[in-house]
Design a protein around this ligand. Structure first.
Ligand code: CTP
Ligand code: MG
Length: 218
């Protein structure tokens, strides 16, 4: 099975509020994007495409290994992954899409996703249970309902796909479609999405507190 990895790193990181694009923000002295590439490689994905903000291409190329393919991203994560897919080798059987914003993802998670793909799944996501009570509120912030928590899962990356299935699902999307992850693109195309165990360490760096927590773990 030949796997190619796509790292979505073209976001600006508005909620983190750093001076740099989020994927270039250092964690223990190394840009987040470098951690994400290393996770894929350590998990068994040799070939990696990194999707970057078009105006920051040089800054990313300067910190990434020479054999990483660097591609210009788009205005949304969906557009960025679409650009990465174009650059992903056609001889790959499977594609793993990973967020640069999940720097401490253990390589074991990559391994579990690859194993599920090798076992025949066409779409695989790492998930974790929900610990908090989840409620629905009205416009005034008053609780109107509670959602049963047992069947709920939090979805992480890397998410793995049969390459041809992923390409077809993206091709079927409207040009301006916006999804927060790739499994939802596959679900929109009617493809069953399987789950494997995620890992709390694969948490996404979204706000400054997340980066603070990540620094404590390095
Ligand atoms: N991403 C991307 N292209 C975009 C937007 C996001 O490749 N146009 C990537 C980000 O770089 C990140 C991942 O998708 O690794 C998850 O997105 P998110 O955490 O929302 O990052 P940002 O969009 O950069 O942050 P924010 O929404 O706070 O601006
Ligand atoms: Mg975003």
């Amino acid at each position: 099975m030949h796997a190619v990895g796509i790292v979505a790193a073209a976001g600006s990181g508005l909620r983190l509020g750093a001076e740099l694009p989020k994927a270039l923000v250092p964690l223990a002295g190394r840009p987040l994007v470098c951690w994400a590439v290393d996770t894929l490689r350590a998990g068994g994905v040799a070939q990696v495409v990194v999707v970057v903000p078009a105006d920051e291409r040089a800054a990313f190329a300067a910190v990434l290994a020479a054999d990483v393919v660097v591609v210009d991203g788009g205005a949304t994560r969906t557009a960025s992954v679409r650009a990465g897919l174009v650059a992903a080798a056609e001889d790959a059987d499977v594609v793993l899409v990973h967020d640069a914003a999940r720097p401490l993802t253990p390589p074991d998670v990559v391994g579990r996703v690859l194993t599920a793909l090798a076992d025949g799944a066409r779409a695989v996501v790492p998930v974790l249970p929900v610990a908090d009570t989840v409620v629905v509120v009205d416009e005034g912030g008053v609780v109107t309902d509670a959602v049963p928590r047992a069947p709920l899962r939090r979805v992480q990356t890397p998410q793995g796909f049969d390459r041809a299935t992923l390409v077809a699902a993206y091709a079927a999307l409207e040009d301006d479609a916006e999804h927060t992850d790739d499994a939802s693109v596959l679900r929109a195309a009617g493809v069953p999405v399987h789950t494997v165990d995620g890992d709390e360490r694969a948490a996404k760096v979204t706000v400054a507190h997340d980066l603070f927590l990540a620094e404590l773990q390095t």
